[in-house]
Design a protein around this ligand. Structure first.
Ligand code: AOF
Ligand code: ZN
Length: 359
């Protein structure tokens, strides 16, 4: 199963809205085939492994990180292919919560006298598919806070000024995060101040640009802002209030930008509606890169699932913008926190990551 997980991980960030899945076929104690899912709409992991095993699949054991599917979607059911190939035993990492599968793959195999064991390295199998699992079970994407902050919790040195607080290794790590999330989101202030291109630029290897999402309730941004003009295979989507002038919407659309008008409340765009709309459009993960108002609002709405914070050993001082605006906690028990965080050194900085825990 560890080998199957290693296979599955080759597809991380490339299979959306489908899961990343790995499969390994073992016969007489030897690995005879491996396979992983590469892209939605193409053959599943099990099929790659079965094709590579050929006749050796007969009487063999298959290890697969996710329950084999039992439905005809963009591809035929893997459960049928597994049974037809004569696999004798299937070891499953986790059952598939997709309502189209949901235990039926396991049942199908057992009905054909194939031995099935489930829940092997289940936590690890879950961990590699958090976006898929959240999306399919809740209709919302996996929402991740990303920020570079100083020791005094500031995003920059002076209000209204751009500039990275963190070092080069953290920046590279951020680009690796962009590479594996479906979309990247910023507020209109961040675009006005930083004018970021929001693309993936890796020093080694080929990156994939995420969809660039900007929240701009009044459509106040200039049409020559970089997220609208920097060339990318990925598109740019803007969320605005339903009340904005049609002329402004059409101007952005003429640049190839997709515009989504949504409801507003006293705090601005209704974030729950924004994320639901993203999920409906196939976005399973969103990396939110700020700024303070957006981080504060998403946290306040308890929408964040995970955080990657890059802490730089510098004191930015009173001129800097604090990480969160509009968020208050009266005591530790009342505060949002990270659950069993991990600490990873990135150059002189440290990346603090973990799932959010809401009181
Ligand atoms: C994958 N790759 O390796 C496995 C999947 O539309 P389809 O036919 O591609 O089916 C997609 C569903 O199949 C997916 O949501 C998941 O529940 C199940 N298993 N999907 O894309 C795979 N094993
Ligand atoms: Zn399948």
């Amino acid at each position: 199963m560890r080998l199957a997980l290693r296979e599955a991980k080759k597809g991380i960030g490339r299979t959306s809205p489908n899961p990343c899945v790995g499969a390994v076929i073992v016969k007489n104690g030897e690995v005879v085939a491996k396979g992983y899912h590469k892209k939605a709409g193409t053959p599943h992991a099990e099929i790659h492994a079965l094709r590579s095993a050929g006749s050796a699949a007969s009487g063999a054991t298959m290890y697969v990180t996710l329950e084999p599917c039992n439905h005809t979607g963009k591809t035929p059911p893997c459960s049928h292919a597994v049974a037809a190939a004569g696999i004798a035993r299937v070891i499953v990492g986790m059952e598939d919560p997709n309502p189209l599968v949901d235990g039926t793959g396991v049942t199908y195999l057992r009905e054909r006298n194939i031995e099935v064991v489930t829940g092997v390295l289940e936590d690890e199998c879950r961990a590699i598919n958090r976006p898929f699992l959240k999306h399919i079970t809740t209709g919302l994407p996996w929402i991740v806070m990303k920020a570079g902050i100083s020791l005094d919790g500031k995003l920059n040195y002076q209000q209204g000024e751009s500039g990275w607080i963190t070092g080069a290794t953290s920046v590279e790590t951020v680009h690796r995060l962009r590479n594996i999330h479906d979309a990247i989101m910023v507020g209109h202030h961040t675009v006005a101040i930083d004018n970021p291109s929001l693309t993936t630029r890796l020093t080694r290897g080929k990156g994939r640009d995420p969809i660039r999402i900007i929240l701009d309730s009044a459509l106040s941004l200039a049409p020559d802002a970089r997220p609208f003009t920097v060339e990318s295979p990925a598109s740019t989507w803007v969320f605005c209030a339903e009340t904005v002038e049609e002329k402004k919407v059409r101007q952005l659309q003429s640049l190839g930008v997709r515009v989504f008008p949504v409801s507003c409340d006293a705090n601005g765009l209704v974030l729950h509606q924004v994320f639901r709309c993203l999920a409906e459009n196939g976005v399973t993960s969103v990396l939110v890169e700020g700024g303070a108002a957006l981080h504060g609002a998403i946290l306040r709405e308890r929408l964040y699932d995970y955080a990657n914070l890059f802490l730089a050993p510098v004191f930015a001082g009173e001129g800097g913008i604090p990480l969160l605006s509009g968020y208050f906690a009266s005591c530790k028990e009342d505060a949002v926190s990270l659950q069993t965080p991990t600490y990873t050194r990135t150059g002189d900085d440290v990346m603090i990551s973990g799932c959010l825990h809401y009181p």
